[in-house]
Design a protein around this ligand. Structure first.
Ligand code: ZN
Length: 295
C-alpha cells in the first residue's frame, strides 16, 4: 500500500485541485500564492482520503461563494475581502492546522502497515483534523454572513460596546447563528461520508473506528467553540489599527482607503491569520483530547 497509495493520492490531488485552484484564481477567490498554497494543502488532505478532500471542498466552495455574496454591501462597510482573492497567509490561517493533523494522520496510516499504532491515536488525529475544518468553516460563515447584513457588531468580550463592521472580535446574532450552521454542515457531511465509507469498505475512512454519533457531536461542538475562541482572541490579542481618515478600527496597517493607519492595540505579531491559527489549534487539540475519552 504505502508508496503506491501515496503516489496515487498525490496524482488524484493534483488532478482535482489544479483546475479548482485555477478557476478560483481566475475568479479572484484566491490570489496566485493562495492558489498554490491551497494545492499543497490539498495534497496533504488527500493522503487521508478523498473523503477529507470532499469536506475541504465543501468548506472552500461555501466560503468562496459566501465571500462573493452581497459583496457590494460588505464593500460599502469596508468589511469585504480584498478583490484579488485570499493570499497564502489566509489559506494557511484557515487550512494550516487541519493539514498539519492530516499529515500526522497520513504518516500514521502509512506506518500502520508495518507497525500498528494504537487505534486511539488515529481516532484522535482524525477528529482533530475534522474539528479544525469545522472551526475554519464556522469562522468564515460567521464573518461573511454577519457582514452581509446591516447589523452593528458588538465586541464579544464587552457586548455593551458596538464596533464597526469588520472589526476583529465583533459579533452579531446572525453571524453567531451562521457559525453554528457552518460547523454543523461540516460535521454532518463528515458523518455521512463516515457512514458511506464503512458501508462500502472505502479506504481509509473504513479503518477509523469511532462512535459516529459522538464524532458528529465532538466535531460540531469544537468547530463552534473554535469560532468563539477566534472572536475572543480577535477582540483581545489581535493587533488593531485606527484609520484617521475614516475614523474606523481595522486589522490592516494600510487601510482600504489607502491611508496609513495608526497602531491602536493588541500584539503586532497577532494578525488575523495568526488568530485563525490560534483558534484552530486550540479547538482541534481539545477535540483530540476529548476523542480519546468519548469516541
Ligand atoms: Zn480609511
Amino acid at each position: 500500500m504505502p508508496a503506491e497509495y501515496i503516489m496515487q493520492q498525490i496524482l488524484l490531488a493534483l488532478t482535482l485541485s489544479i483546475p479548482i485552484g485555477y478557476i478560483a484564481y481566475k475568479r479572484h477567490g484566491l490570489s496566485l500564492s493562495g492558489a498554490i498554497t491551497a494545492i499543497i494543502i490539498a495534497i496533504a488532505v488527500f493522503l487521508t482520503g478523498w473523503q477529507t478532500f470532499l469536506i475541504f471542498l465543501v468548506f472552500f466552495l461555501s466560503s468562496t461563494l459566501l465571500t462573493k455574496w452581497r459583496y457590494m454591501i460588505k464593500e460599502k462597510k469596508q468589511a469585504a475581502e480584498v478583490g484579488r482573492g485570499r493570499g497564502w497567509k489566509q489559506v494557511i490561517g484557515a487550512g494550516g492546522i487541519a493539514s498539519f493533523f492530516a499529515l500526522v494522520l497520513a504518516v500514521n496510516l502509512v506506518n500502520k502497515c508495518y507497525n500498528p499504532e494504537p487505534p486511539y491515536l488515529l481516532k484522535g488525529f482524525f477528529t482533530a483534523m475534522l474539528a479544525a475544518i469545522a472551526t475554519s468553516n464556522a469562522d468564515t460563515w460567521a464573518v461573511e454572513i454577519g457582514a452581509a447584513f446591516n447589523k452593528e457588531p458588538r465586541l464579544i468580550t464587552k457586548p455593551w460596546i458596538r464596533v464597526p463592521a469588520g472589526t476583529s472580535g465583533g459579533v452579531t446574532l446572525i453571524g453567531e447563528l451562521a457559525s453554528i450552521a457552518g460547523s454543523l454542515l461540516i460535521s454532518i457531511v463528515a458523518l455521512i461520508l463516515y457512514w458511506i465509507s464503512h458501508m462500502y469498505e472505502l479506504f481509509p475512512w473504513n479503518i477509523f473506528i469511532v462512535n459516529s454519533s459522538r464524532l458528529v457531536l465532538v466535531v460540531f461542538i469544537f468547530g463552534w467553540l473554535g469560532e468563539i475562541l477566534d472572536s475572543i482572541v480577535g477582540a483581545t490579542l489581535q493587533v488593531k489599527y485606527f484609520c484617521p481618515n475614516c475614523r474606523k478600527l481595522t486589522d490592516k496597517s494600510i487601510h482600504k482607503c489607502g491611508t496609513k493607519t495608526e497602531y491602536y492595540g493588541g500584539f503586532k505579531l497577532v494578525t488575523n491569520e495568526v488568530t485563525n491559527l490560534i483558534a484552530t489549534s486550540i479547538s482541534s487539540t481539545l477535540a483530540f483530547i476529548c476523542s480519546l475519552y468519548m469516541l
